[in-house]
Design a protein around this ligand. Sequence first.
Ligand SMILES: [Ca+2]
Ligand SMILES: [Ca+2]
Ligand SMILES: [Ca+2]
Ligand SMILES: [Ca+2]
Ligand SMILES: [Zn+2]
Length: 437
Amino acid sequence: MMMRKSIRAVCGCTLAVVAGQAVGQLSHPLFPQPWEAGADPIVACNLPEQFVPRSLWNANLWPSGIVHYEFDPAVTAQNRSRTRIAMNEIETFCGVRFVPRTTEVAYVYVQNGTGNNSFVGRTGGRQVLNMVSWSSRYIIIHEFMHALGIWHEQQRNDRETFVTIVTANIQAGFGGNFTIRNTATPFGAFDFESVMLYDDCSFSTCCPAGSTCGCSLSCATILAQPAFAGQQNLMGNRSYMSQGDKDGLVSRYGAPMDDSFEENDGLTGAVALPIRTPVELRLIDAGDFFTMPIAVAGAISAELSAGEWAGTNVTLALLSPTNAVLRSAQPTDPDGDGVFVATVSTTGAAGTYKLRVTKTQPWGGDYTLTANGTCDDVDFNNNGVFPEDQDVVDFFSVLAGASCGACNDIDFNNNLVFPEDADVTAFINTLAGGGCP
Ligand SMILES: [Ca+2]
Ligand SMILES: [Ca+2]
Ligand SMILES: [Ca+2]
Ligand SMILES: [Ca+2]
Ligand SMILES: [Zn+2]
């Protein structure tokens, strides 16, 4: 058989190989993602016939874009993180939030499968989403886009203008993946670049059973119409979400919810990190980073936590006022509770330090960053006697503007903000035996 194209030459990337045969394009020349070159098999998404829509497109969306999900216990921590990063990417582009299930009746149940498939849209109950190609972020995204209510692009009722389905080349039993879904409503123009469009060899009789491969044009199951021949090789993109994918999601679920700091969003140097107030961060891709200044005197410590496997995914660094890296750490989970934490601390002169969170691997993405200073001691007047009423009297008289030679400064919580109620609260709390809040 004469190969129409060399996939290796086309994509310049590593291929997944099953039984000695290349079965999928794992990366894209514009968006190299070597992490996707995992050992998991890359198989085409086959929606068995039982996965038929039970309602029209618009009736089975997820209300308010909130999608609850649960993992089967057998799904590994790494694959949960890979799933979460796929979810994060969808959330970045439309008004959808994936939320771990507690008691909800309607939810996506993510489990290991022998193939990749999902119900299309919300069923109203526990709906299984099977994954085997865990190492491909965009195959995970493809399946979750099914769960959000999207069919395969080649099933649009206007497809004949753009492509021809070569029925004779389709393996027996897989034709259902190519039938037009008249109950579904197309959005926008046919998108050759969509992650929801099959590649042109999917389920070809020239490919392994139930799969795709690099096949000759005569073996293709989907051919671009002559006017679109130049887009033949775009089909099967699993390397990035196309603009059409993003626009389609926005058409159903609205614009992205903006309730978190997103990657490189211009906050660098602009906003002082509030001490002791947790800041939610979202970093998607390797190389993304987030930097926040923190004005502090004396001791400073910071903690970055992730509620999922974080390992070497992210680095927390503490920078001096002159941007020297004083400390850096990556999250660990020594107590095995699934919460990964990195901490950095130092003691130095008053100044504006910086905390920088840098994404080093693409898995995971949601972090909580908290910075802590250290309060002064309760012997405010430094007479060696404490606790005593005179410390309280002196504290409030200095707060009111009086001078007191031996007393501490009024910035009790050492955040370089004073006078402020938080100093009073911190002083009283510490006096009462509580910590430095
Ligand atoms: Ca832990
Ligand atoms: Ca005292
Ligand atoms: Ca203060
Ligand atoms: Ca102080
Ligand atoms: Zn699919």
